[in-house]
Ligand binder design. Sequence first.
Ligand SMILES: [Fe+2]
Ligand SMILES: [Fe+2]
Length: 136
Amino acid sequence: MSDNFFKWDQERLTTHVDAMDNEHKKLIDIMNRLYDRYEAKATKPELQSIVRELASWTITHFEHEEKFFDTLDYSQASVHKKIHKDLIERLKSHAAEFDKTGVLTPAFFQFLKTWLTAHIMGIDTKYGVIAAQKSA
Ligand SMILES: [Fe+2]
Ligand SMILES: [Fe+2]
């Protein structure tokens, strides 16, 4: 599998919750595929279908994550859900922009990269800490 766009980094990105790490890896796979096909100058319909897959998997992943952290005594749950909502809105607006222009912009890829690093490292790892305390 390609990691031209973003490489999984166990040490920095792990939440210590295997199911969620696997879902994050799947997200990263889709983004890498999108980037590779963009670099290969794939057609708009092909790129659109990958963007749709990314949006739909993101929504699914956020649902799983929210269900999971609702089982924990996680004080940041509502803030985290709000952040998810905002990310989905921003992803959708980038997708709509692409539908209109047919151009995937550097800003779109920058958004994906920031999301991966800032959200997974800065936010998702927090429920990981709580989950680890619970199972200890
Ligand atoms: Fe999250
Ligand atoms: Fe996540």
